[in-house]
Design a protein around this ligand. Structure first.
Ligand SMILES: Nc1ncnc2c1ncn2[C@@H]1O[C@H](COP(=O)(O)OP(=O)(O)O)[C@@H](O)[C@H]1O
Ligand SMILES: [Mg+2]
Length: 169
């Protein structure tokens, strides 16, 4: 498991949404973001804040039964939840590389489970429960040049949430 480059803390669902909105400001067409973390960790909340910042007018929920949901925003948003997928083949059928080529931003809940099916350029965000009910830790791991080249910008954008001692870039 790769170590996090940045560690952020939020203390409410809206706080996580605000953080996600700041990440969205840095997103580019073709980007892939993997969201890892247990049920209730805040993966969908992250997508909600991210989508709002992209101007998605719809209420975003987990696309549990449809696997993928597509939203129109300033940049198209593809939201996948692969929790129920047992076969890698099913993921391949969803055509994630094709989605990335289409030019939208793709966010995949439980994306860490399908790493072998994904291109090697993504931002992984691991959400962890904190001590208090509404505390969450978000570990950000940029993988591949597409995201490592943006780490300075991410650090600046997320400064209000960062723990001291993050690895300087
Ligand atoms: N800091 C926080 N960040 C995100 N969600 C939080 C936070 N504190 C409490 N919550 C609650 O945790 C739940 C997260 O749910 P959800 O985003 O659907 O999780 P997941 O998609 O990871 O299963 C929501 O009920 C939300 O209100
Ligand atoms: Mg979810």
């Amino acid at each position: 498991m790769k170590s996090p480059v940045l560690r952020a803390k939020t203390n409410s669902v809206d706080d996580t949404r605000r953080l996600a909105a700041c990440v969205a400001e840095l997103a580019r067409p073709g980007d892939l973001i993997l969201l890892a973390g247990e049920l209730g960790a805040g993966k969908t909340a992250f997508v909600q804040g991210f989508g709002a910042a992209l101007g998605v007018p719809d209420r975003i929920t987990s696309p549990t039964f449809t696997l993928a949901a597509h939203y129109e925003g300033r940049v198209p948003l593809h939201h996948l939840d692969v929790y129920r997928l047992e076969q890698l083949a099913e993921v391949l059928d969803t055509g994630i590389p094709e989605l990335l080529d289409e030019g939208g931003v793709t966010l995949v809940e439980w994306g860490d489970a399908i790493l072998p099916a994904l291109p090697p350029d993504y931002l992984e965000i691991r959400l962890l429960f904190g001590l208090a009910d509404d505390d969450r830790t978000l570990d950000l791991v940029p993988v591949g040049h597409r995201w490592t080249s943006r780490i300075r910008a991410i650090r600046t954008a997320l400064a209000p949430w960062l723990e001291e001692g993050g690895v300087p870039c």
